[in-house]
Design a protein around this ligand. Structure first.
Ligand code: ADP
Length: 321
């Protein structure tokens, strides 16, 4: 390997910059060249490729988002698009590519690997929805942002003796919601992994909690489970308790990364460079059972993410009433 390319793809996540910095600096320290590819696969197809040196990643660690920008790209989903991308990489002398993103981005990396480009994926998503790993870049920052926001909503909800529906992000994964439930406490949690959610049961829980003297109520709703505003209206109608929905939204995607996201993202970035230097391809970096490791991308994509049942159980056992 002579030249490593790096791109960020799919949804951005705080800590991606720390990974980019680690890739650039460790690769250069090992005598490799590094090129930054802007705007994910879309930028690759548009040949938005820049040279990177140690200085080009100065002072980016503490910034959220990704200095390389990110995008989704339909053209790259086609075989012609992938062929064109591989040719562009070869033209620029890029023989190793690091893709920071989610499962979709790894599918793209898999295709490029089959076309002769050594590729390594790094899990970057606030959703923690990648099956092969217990850690993804950005989750820690996102969940800390959500916990802080929910604390604040709880203050005002308590003063007004309201019910609050708080919608957190996570796409099809309930991890942010589950962590918030344990970290903030809630009367109910709606997550995609647990389909047996019973709205009537939630309404009865709220009513019986009110009878027992509970002054305010919090329901954490994972993105993708349903319309939080409509749920709030239905709960208000059924319970007579003033109910408001707050959708936390993109606030969870931004902000300065936590120490954990900076350190883990940096480690994964350096690890990816090591793998490429050793001649590896079609691998994805993971943090599993307390260790940094790597998997074949095909194997990683075939794994199924499930919710941590023990965490789910204790989150439910800790409700007050
Ligand atoms: P994430 O990487 O966060 O899962 P997406 O699913 O949006 O985000 O994927 C990001 C990009 O990766 C897509 O816009 C597309 O360019 C590429 N991609 C996704 N799935 C595939 C696939 N099956 N084959 C090739 N490229 C893909």
């Amino acid at each position: 390997i002579n030249t490593i390319g790096v791109l960020t793809s799919g949804g951005d996540a705080p800590g991606m910059n720390a990974a980019i910095r680690a890739i650039v600096r460790t690769a250069i320290a090992s005598g490799l060249n590094v090129k930054g590819i802007m705007r994910g696969y879309a930028g690759l197809l548009n040949e938005e490729i820049i040279d990177m040196d140690k200085q080009s990643v100065s002072e980016i660690m503490r910034r959220g988002g990704t200095i390389l920008y990110t995008a989704r790209c339909k053209e790259f989903m086609t075989e012609e698009g992938q062929q064109k991308a591989a040719e562009i990489l070869k033209k620029h002398g890029i023989d190793g590519l690091i893709v920071i993103g989610g499962d979709g981005s790894f599918r793209g990396a898999q295709k490029l690997s089959a076309l002769g480009i050594n590729t390594i994926g790094i899990p970057g998503t606030i959703d923690l929805d990648i099956a092969c790993t217990d850690y993804t870049i950005g989750f820690d920052t996102a969940v800390n942002t959500a916990v802080e926001a929910i604390d604040k909503i709880k203050d005002t909800s308590m003063s007004h003796e309201r019910c609050s529906i708080i919608e957190v992000m996570g796409r099809n994964a309930g991890y942010i919601a589950l962590w918030c439930e344990i970290a903030n406490g809630a009367d109910g949690i709606l997550i995609p992994e647990k389909e047996q959610f019973d709205e009537q049961d939630l309404i009865e829980t709220i009513l019986s909690n009110r009878l027992k003297g509970k002054k305010h109520h919090v329901v954490i709703n994972a993105e993708g489970i349903g319309d939080s505003n409509r749920l709030a209206k239905r709960i208000e109608t059924a319970t007579g308790i003033e109910t408001r929905a707050t959708i936390l939204g993109h606030i969870q995607r931004g902000g300065s990364p936590t120490a954990k996201d900076r350190v883990y993202a940096s480690t994964m970035g350096a690890y990816a460079v090591d793998l490429l230097s050793g001649g590896a391809t079609n691998r994805v970096i993971a943090y599993k059972a307390g260790q940094f490791t790597d998997f074949d991308i095909d194997e990683a994509l075939a794994m199924k993410k499930t919710i941590d049942e023990y965490q789910f159980l204790i989150s439910r056992l800790m409700v007050m009433y």
